[in-house]
Write a new protein. Sequence first.
Length: 57
Amino acid sequence: MVGTSVAEATSAGPAAWWSCEGCGSYAELPAEETAGFTIECPDCPGVMIAQWEWDAA
């Protein structure tokens, strides 16, 4: 999932806001495609943590 652009991630379906506790990076990713997965941070060796979910407009 790393490398997915925001435009690709928010084009359809519910979205989730992810953040990295290690470096503070954040991303909006498709909620259904990332649910239950560990998302590696693209900026540091840490992992992203899902913060919020909402339906895309």
